[in-house]
Ligand binder design. Structure first.
Ligand SMILES: [Ca+2]
Ligand SMILES: [Ca+2]
Ligand SMILES: [Ca+2]
Ligand SMILES: [Ca+2]
Length: 321
C-alpha cells in the first residue's frame, strides 16, 4: 500500500497540484508535517476554494483531504493548515458525519450528538450546528472543528503517504517532524538516517527559520544539548562543542551560534536547543514537545547510490543473524 514508487507518484501529483516542481527532490514544501505514527504527511493545499472543489482537486491528484484520528494528528494538521478544510462531510445524510478516507462514520447528530465507533472528534463548542445547512468540516485556527456551508471558501489540508515534509538546502535534506520531546525527536532523526539539525552558519540558520515561518511561526528542536556537562553545548551528530557557559559564555573554536538575548539561561534546568522562527536559539527542558528539524546527507545522484542500495540489502540481512 505504501510502496515507494506509489509514494513518489503521489508526491509528484501533490507538487503539481500545489503549483511547485520537484518538491521531493529539491524544492521547498514547508507547509507539510510528517506524522510518524500513521506514516502520513499533512500537506497544505493553499488554494482558497469550496470544500467540494478542494476535495475534487485532491482526488484528481490521487490524494485525499485529511482524516484526523488522534489529538496528536489534529495538532499536526493545525500547524500545517490553521483555518482550513478537512476531509469530513455529512452531505449524503444530515447528521451522519464521515471521513472521505474509508467512508467511516465518526459522528452522529448535531452538537449534542455522539462519536461513532469510538473515533476521535474535536468539534468546537456548539458544533456541528448545521446553521442554515452546513455539511462540510473546517478546522478553525485553534484546532477545533466546525461545519460550514457549501459556499464557504478556505485552503485545505491533504494527507499523503510517507514523509513528504523535506526540503533540500546546500546539499542536505531537512525534514520537519511532528512535535515530540527532544530525545524522541533525536531518536526519530537517527531512525531516518540523519540527526537533529546542526546549524553551522547564518545561511543555514535563516533557511531553518524559514521552514518554521511557513508553519505559522512554530519553534523546533535542533541538535544542540548540554545534557552531559552543564554549559558544555555540543551538536548531537558529531559531538563537537560549540558553546561554553550561560548567556555570558563564548563560542568554541569559532563555531556559529545564534542565541536569543539572555540565552542560554538553564532556567530551572534547560539542556536542549530550540530554534525560533526568528532564527534565534533558546535552551529548553527536554520534556516539552516541539516540532523537530532533521538534517540528512543526500545520497549521491549517481550509479553509486544504486550500487549502495544493492549492497545494503544483503548486508542488512547478514547483520540480523
Ligand atoms: Ca449538516
Ligand atoms: Ca457550524
Ligand atoms: Ca543547561
Ligand atoms: Ca532558556
Amino acid at each position: 500500500m505504501h510502496q515507494s514508487t506509489r509514494t513518489t507518484v503521489r508526491a509528484a501529483a501533490v507538487c503539481a497540484a500545489l503549483g511547485v516542481t520537484a518538491c521531493i527532490s529539491n524544492s521547498a514544501q514547508a507547509g507539510a508535517v510528517y506524522d510518524p505514527v500513521n506514516n502520513l504527511s499533512y500537506v497544505l493545499d493553499p488554494t482558497v476554494r469550496t470544500w467540494t472543489e478542494a476535495n475534487n482537486a485532491a482526488i484528481a491528484a490521487g490524494q485525499n483531504l485529511v482524516r484526523i484520528r488522534s489529538a496528536g494528528a489534529n495538532e499536526a494538521v493545525r500547524v500545517v493548515g490553521g483555518n482550513a478544510w478537512i476531509g469530513a462531510t455529512d452531505q449524503v445524510t444530515e447528521g451522519d458525519w464521515r471521513w472521505t478516507v474509508g467512508n467511516a462514520q465518526f459522528w452522529s447528530g448535531l452538537s449534542n450528538g455522539t462519536p461513532v465507533g469510538g473515533l476521535y472528534t474535536n468539534w468546537n463548542g456548539g458544533e456541528p450546528n448545521n446553521a442554515g445547512g452546513e455539511n462540510y468540516a473546517q478546522m478553525s485556527g485553534g484546532g477545533g472543528w466546525n461545519d460550514l456551508p457549501a459556499t464557504s471558501t478556505l485552503p485545505a489540508v491533504r494527507e499523503v503517504a510517507g514523509n513528504q515534509a523535506s526540503t533540500i538546502f546546500n546539499g542536505k535534506r531537512y525534514t520537519v517532524i511532528a512535535a515530540d520531546t527532544w530525545g524522541n525527536a533525536r531518536a526519530q532523526a537517527i531512525g531516518m538516517g540523519g540527526n537533529l539539525a546542526r546549524i553551522d552558519d547564518a545561511a543555514e540558520d535563516s533557511f531553518v527559520a524559514g521552514l518554521l515561518s511557513g508553519l505559522n511561526g512554530a519553534s523546533a528542536w535542533i541538535g544542540g544539548s548540554d545534557e552531559v556537562n552543564e554549559g558544555d553545548w555540543r551538536w548531537a551528530d558529531n559531538n563537537q562543542q560549540f558553546w561554553q557557559g550561560l548567556a555570558a559564555g563564548t563560542p568554541v573554536n569559532g563555531a556559529y551560534t545564534a542565541w536569543n538575548g539572555g540565552e542560554p539561561n538553564d532556567a530551572g534546568g534547560e539542556d536542549y536547543l530550540e530554534i525560533h522562527s526568528s532564527g534565534g536559539w533558546n535552551d529548553l527542558p527536554g520534556s516539552v514537545t516541539r516540532l523537530g528539524i532533521v538534517e540528512q546527507a543526500v545520497p549521491e545522484p549517481t550509479g553509486l547510490a544504486l550500487l549502495g542500495l544493492l549492497m545494503s540489502a544483503p548486508l542488512a540481512r547478514r547483520r540480523r543473524r
